[in-house]
Design a binder for this molecule. Structure first.
Ligand code: BDR
Ligand code: CA
Length: 305
């Protein structure tokens, strides 16, 4: 089987941890690189967390440390959702694995330019690293097959009324991506908030295997939803959209990123009726088939060892 060459740009993050774990073991995926960025917690912590996951699974995927701040805004983290460490709830110990010496932007450039086939980028955090990559090395754009990101929203946000966390963290970076001409698929918060696991699944997950045990421990500290209303599996939706797109409904449209300083800062404004634009610049997820998503999740966990 021909595998999908993939790079994950991430800020683990409890839901990031699930996405990374599944990508490492997915039979259709060739995970080439993990790059980290400041977001849910500082880049020191997100990098350490990525290394913890790689070590937990005995994987040899390289991890490169990325930007410690958004392009223009100061970082406002999300430790109230993911805990002080960013992955509270499970004792991974201190990882012995180290990051590769290159900065994430340099590692992205190298991996893209050296790849024979175009690579899929899966950002599940603020878009700072990728924006810098496109500005510093625009020649890399042609080596990107597509960007499938978790971020934005077609309705309300979770950080402000208008903005979702990943886009709110670095709206200028998001604007650079959406204006880059590279094919983008946006899996927004309005959709990922419906991709929830209920207590029943969490109980099942706990006893399935060691990855499930680790997830259940993290979930007991995760504040992205609750056991009663469902735990929101935002970031793994980006992976699901790459490997199992039929789990979602999509539309092609134009998305504009609001970078003004007012209350709409970081909003992803979609012109779904294409009233103001003639050409589309992205594909957006409109809905997720929740029961099928849950089945997919459990199947993925079974092969994550
Ligand atoms: C996004 O924000 C982060 O806290 C999560 O990891 C996810 O990427 C959801 O808004
Ligand atoms: Ca994330």
């Amino acid at each position: 089987m021909r595998k999908i060459p993939l790079i994950i740009d991430t800020d683990p993050g409890i839901d990031d941890a699930v996405a990374i774990s599944f990508a490492m073991f997915h039979p259709k995926v060739d995970l080439k690189l993990i790059t980290t960025v400041a977001g849910n917690v500082s880049v020191d912590k997100t990098t350490e967390n990525a290394l913890k996951l790689v070590e937990f699974f005995g994987s040899d995927v390289p991890v490169a440390r990325g930007c410690q701040e958004p392009l223009l805004k100061p970082l406002e983290d999300s430790s109230e959702i993911h805990g002080e460490s960013g992955m509270d709830g499970f004792d991974f110990g201190t990882p012995t694995r180290k990051v590769i010496p290159e900065h994430a932007v340099e590692a992205l450039r190298k991996t893209l330019l050296e790849s024979k086939e175009p690579v899929t980028l899966m950002p599940i955090a603020a878009l700072t690293n990728i924006a810098l990559l496109f500005k510093l090395y625009p020649e890399t754009k042609s080596k990107v097959k597509e960007i499938v990101l978790m971020g934005g929203s077609l309705s309300r946000g979770n950080t402000t009324t208008a903005a979702e966390f990943n886009i709110f963290t670095d709206p200028e970076a998001a604007a650079i991506l959406f204006e880059s001409g590279v094919k983008i698929t946006m899996i927004g918060l309005d959709v990922t908030s419906r991709a929830v696991l209920m207590q029943k699944e969490v109980e099942q997950i706990k006893t399935m295997n060691r990855a499930g045990e680790m997830f259940a421990a993290l979930f007991s500290h995760y504040r992205g939803g609750s056991m009663k209303t469902g735990l929101k599996m935002h970031d793994v939706c980006a992976l699901a959209a790459i490997v199992e797109p039929e789990l979602f409904d999509f539309a092609d449209t134009f998305v504009e990123i609001e970078t003004g300083k007012g209350p709409a800062n970081g909003a992803t404004v979609a012109d779904l009726k294409m009233k103001y634009h003639r050409e589309t610049n992205s594909t957006v997820a409109l809905d997720v088939h929740v029961e099928k998503f849950r089945e997919w999740f459990l199947e993925m966990l079974e092969q994550t060892k």
